[in-house]
Design a protein around this ligand. Structure first.
Ligand SMILES: CC(C)(COP(=O)(O)OP(=O)(O)OC[C@H]1O[C@@H](n2cnc3c(N)ncnc32)[C@H](O)[C@@H]1OP(=O)(O)O)[C@@H](O)C(=O)NCCC(=O)NCCS
Length: 141
């Protein structure tokens, strides 16, 4: 992993930026427009956006949603940084259970969740695609 030290992650509400990155990372899927999601974008020092990720709250449970890193910025550890950034937000909001899921073939995402301390669990009712792996971790309390 070769981190790019000056790539900054910030909260970001620019719909056009996020949807452009979303289309680049999730080819063929329409970008989601959740009204309740909070979004972050990682930008190079010149402002060029290279990664994004979202967070949603469902009652006492938080969900990490839709992390994507542009091909030219992959392998720099940005997905892990985006996980930690969203967890810091959850901790500041009082903490709680953070959940997410990955496709069964999403090994890079699963490994980053494991690096961040997540554990696999079996949800009572699955909401991802068939065969998804569900992860959770308690943050801040
Ligand atoms: C999955 C994804 C978010 C990972 O982001 P990332 O910030 O590159 O993650 P990492 O830096 O940990 O790199 C992931 C792996 O790719 C490898 N990698 C290195 N350079 C790479 C490159 N140029 N291109 C692709 N992968 C590369 C890394 O070595 C790492 O492997 P490791 O875990 O064995 O060390 C990113 O590949 C992506 O956006 N994919 C498409 C969308 C997607 O699947 N999102 C996740 C939905 S849950």
């Amino acid at each position: 992993m070769r981190p790019h030290p000056r790539t900054l992650i910030r909260r970001d509400y620019c719909l056009a930026t996020r949807e452009r990155l979303d289309r680049l990372c999730f080819a063929g899927e329409p970008p989601p427009r959740w009204a309740d999601a909070v979004w972050w974008v990682a930008r190079r020092p010149d402002g060029f956006p290279v990664a994004f990720a979202g967070l949603r709250r469902r009652g006492f449970v938080w969900e990490l949603v839709r992390a994507g890193v542009a091909p030219e910025a992959r392998g720099e550890g940005l997905q892990l940084r985006l996980i930690r950034t969203r967890e810091a937000f959850v901790a500041r909001a009082g903490g709680g259970l953070v959940t997410t899921y990955t496709a069964a073939h999403g090994l890079a995402s699963a490994n980053n969740l494991i690096r961040a301390g997540y554990r696999l669990y079996r949800p009572r009712s699955a909401w991802g695609l068939a065969g998804s792996l569900y992860f959770s971790r308690r943050v801040g309390r």
